[in-house]
Design a protein around this ligand. Structure first.
Ligand SMILES: Cc1cc2nc3c(=O)[nH]c(=O)nc-3n(C[C@H](O)[C@H](O)[C@H](O)COP(=O)(O)OP(=O)(O)OC[C@H]3O[C@@H](n4cnc5c(N)ncnc54)[C@H](O)[C@@H]3O)c2cc1C
Length: 455
């Protein structure tokens, strides 16, 4: 055991040399290898307060860690203190009120397994291992967002511990400006110890993963565009993906380990409804794939990426999807590293993502399509190649994008990209909230918003 004592801390402390230190400091992106002075594995809001007080008294930089999926490594730090929330993963469901109350370190797997028991769900991410708080406070894009909005659109209340140890509740009626900022402003204002979500009835859910050789992609993407733009039901989410054909029984031998194109369909409803909604895609006669009604929590982990890979990714938010843009997307998919767990995704937006009564901080909700080059590889010798593919893909889309991007999808956002993502007006409003709740900029590692200078 390490030697550091933290007043009032009831959780577990880890320092270099302790059993479990190396496992606890590692994050999803294997390219990031940092050695914190202290990992404070919190078990309560009181532990979070004690760890923050210790950081302040000892001049330690602070990183908040939930699911560890920040590709930029916001939750890993050299020398400072990691406020590790993973032990705080409780989820309580109130089926009558259709709400879920979640502790600040829960993952979407914790969340979806608990809500599914009651036939309820909300928008989560596209994999099950991301943290609920990290994904939601940054926005939260997921399969069923066209029906239910982003994850943050389903937030009812957030309890935060601020840098100076206050406990603050934010909701529509209480600290409403902070509540506004938590719809995309991420971990800039404090440590979320409790989040309350609105849930939706989900009596049935269906997954389709249909596969073709990659040379089918240009026609597939055009058919998919026509389907989604002709008013596909909002219950239908998904996208077109370049991927490596997985070694699964539903994948024919000639696609396994090879560059392939998939159409993913996730439907808030039955298999018959999904098949009807995606009829033009089935008409293209996929040589591989599966279609099955299954528990939502199983859908949510169906394409979980393995940890331990090196990661670099970004995204482009598009106003429209012309033939030229489809061809660009396809040429980029042909250059993705294969075989690897990488994906190049084309995701339909709009519907409930765009139709929000409140003007939340993120300015890219008006995008109709998103391209998302998602690079994962295991050989450090591929680092430059993998990064170059992502950077080139985004640069090529630049003439077609709307100038702002969803920051949770970006590996290394510079300050001007953060500002552009929120827009100058919203950035100013976020900076004012930051000045009120974190004037000393203790939480500065993720989509950093600089507090406004005192008047
Ligand atoms: C494989 C993979 C798939 C992904 N898929 C999606 C997707 O489908 N949709 C999507 O929207 N995003 C997706 N993401 C991005 C993801 O939303 C962000 O990386 C998010 O920040 C991850 O949160 P985390 O808790 O897992 O990460 P961490 O690395 O643990 O945390 C990142 C940051 O989030 C903030 N944070 C985390 N917990 C708290 C808390 N309790 N209180 C305050 N701040 C907190 C902090 O600033 C923290 O530094 C994916 C990432 C990966 C690696």
């Amino acid at each position: 055991m390490g030697i550091t004592a933290v007043d009032g801390f009831g959780g577990n402390l880890l320092e270099s040399g302790d059993d479990g230190y190396d496992g606890a400091r590692s994050i999803f992106n294997a390219m990031i290898d940092r050695r914190p002075a202290l990992i404070a594995q919190c078990e309560s809001a009181a532990d979070v307060r004690a760890a923050l007080a210790h950081a302040s008294a000892n001049g330690l930089e602070v990183a908040i860690r939930g699911g560890g999926h920040s590709v930029a490594g916001a939750s890993a730090i050299d020398g400072g203190i990691v406020i590790d929330m993973r032990r705080m993963n409780a989820v309580e469901v109130d089926p009558a009120a259709k709400t879920a109350t979640v502790s600040g370190g829960a993952t979407w797997s914790d969340f979806d397994r608990a809500t599914q028991e009651h036939g309820l769900a909300t928008t989560g991410g596209r994999v099950s291992s991301t943290g609920v708080a990290g994904l939601t406070l940054g926005g939260g894009s997921g399969w069923l967002e066209r029906e239910w909005g982003l994850a943050c659109d389903n937030l009812i209340e957030v309890e935060l511990v601020t840098a100076d140890g206050r406990t603050v509740t934010a909701s529509e009626n209480e600290n409403s400006e902070l509540f506004w900022a938590l719809h995309g402003g991420s971990g800039n204002f404090g440590v979320a110890t409790r989040l309350v979500f609105r849930l939706h009835s989900l009596p049935a859910a269906t997954l389709a993963l249909l596969l073709w050789p990659s040379d089918a992609a240009p026609e597939l993407a055009r058919t998919y565009r026509a389907l989604m733009e002709a008013g596909a039901p909002t219950q239908l989410g998904g996208g077109v993906a370049y991927l490596t054909g997985p070694p699964e029984p539903f994948v024919p031998d000639h696609l396994q380990g090879e560059r392939a194109t998939g159409v993913i369909g996730v439907y808030a409803g039955t298999e018959a409804e999904l098949r009807e909604a995606m009829a033009p895609i089935y008409a293209l006669d996929p040589p591989g794939g599966l279609t099955a009604e299954m528990p939502y929590a199983d859908i949510q982990c169906a394409i979980d990426d393995p940890p331990g890979f090196r990661n670099y990714w970004s995204a482009s938010h598009l106003a429209s999807l012309s033939d030229d843009v489809i061809d660009l997307f396809c040429s980029q998919g042909e250059e993705m590293i294969v075989p690897s767990p990488s994906q190049h995704l084309l995701i339909p937006w709009g519907a409930a993502v765009a139709e929000q009564a409140t003007d939340w901080p993120m300015t890219h909700r008006g995008a109709t399509w998103v391209t998302h080059p998602f690079g994962l590889w295991d050989d450090a010798g591929d680092d430059e190649r993998g990064k170059a593919w992502v950077r080139r893909s985004v640069a090529e889309m630049k003439p077609h994008d709307i100038g702002s991007v969803y920051l949770n999808f970006v590996a290394d956002a510079a300050e001007d990209q953060v500002r552009a993502s929120y827009g100058e007006e919203n950035y100013g409003r976020l900076a004012a909230v930051k000045s009120e709740y974190d004037p000393d900029n203790v939480f500065h590692r993720h989509h950093a918003i600089t507090p406004m200078a005192p008047a």
